[in-house]
Write a protein that binds this ligand. Structure first.
Ligand code: DC
Length: 226
């Protein structure tokens, strides 16, 4: 067994807008653990394929790109992401970045190529990993598996408020339609679909505040890691 396999991991999976990213970041900080935002890796690969003008059908080239791209997190602040030295923190969060990441996520060769990169985040004293398949595929032996969910309407509403708060125009019905399309693609793909692990604790956050969810998750983590 690899030595790092003993390092504790908390996985937080769920659809977009479920709050998993925010909860994972707060939990990692409180525990003093590393953070893996696996969606960011899919987003970086998505932007990298666009920059390289690669067709989504060209799985071999996408796999090579995934192996060779240099990705650096957090050099210019908590959310900063660099691709081969270029700051693409904002680019990966655009609608195009989201859509491309979801398409990339359905390509088995891309998932395989990103697998080891994700395992490498498992460093002492521990890791909080958020995504779609952290508890099912990447860290099946995690000490605690959380699956956050919320109604599509609530998740679209959260995204709407986030965009308006940043001064970015948005139309709620369009956001809801895009979110449902992405949900469908992420949960119906053949490889590593979005679904709770059999041993995951499912938390519906529709009527909960971020603080309430964090409180629950922090309590569960304290029990699981004791
Ligand atoms: O978590 P996110 O919204 O940033 O993820 C963006 C896309 O990346 C998501 O729609 C599907 C893909 N993804 C994935 O396939 N597997 C993961 N573990 C994380 C993200």
């Amino acid at each position: 067994m690899r030595a790092t396999a003993k390092v504790p991991v908390v996985t937080i999976d769920g659809p977009s807008g479920s709050g998993k990213g925010a909860v994972a970041a707060i939990l990692a900080k409180q525990l003093g653990f590393s953070l893996l935002d696996s969606g960011a890796l899919y987003r970086v690969l998505g932007i990298a394929t666009l920059k390289a003008n690669l067709e989504l059908e060209n799985h071999e080239a996408i796999r090579d790109l995934a192996h060779n791209m240099q990705v650096e997190f957090g050099r210019f602040g908590a959310d900063s992401v660099e691709l081969n030295g270029e700051d693409i923190s904002l680019e990966i969060r655009t609608d195009i970045g989201s859509d491309q990441a979801s398409k990339i996520g359905a390509i088995p060769a891309a998932r395989e190529a990103l697998f080891q990169r994700q395992l490498d985040f498992r460093q002492a004293p521990g890791l909080v990993a958020d995504g779609r398949d952290m508890g099912t595929v990447v860290f099946p032996d995690a000490q605690l598996k959380i699956y956050l969910t919320a109604s599509p309407e609530e998740r679209a509403q959260r995204r709407y408020k986030q965009l308006i708060g940043k001064g970015i125009g948005a139309i709620l019905v369009d956001l809801l339609r895009e979110l449902k399309a992405r949900d469908q693609r992420d949960s119906e793909r053949e490889i590593s679909p979005l679904k709770p692990a059999a041993d995951a604790l499912v938390i519906d956050t529709t009527s909960l505040s971020l603080e309430q969810v964090v409180e629950k998750v922090v309590r569960l983590a304290a029990q699981a890691l004791a």
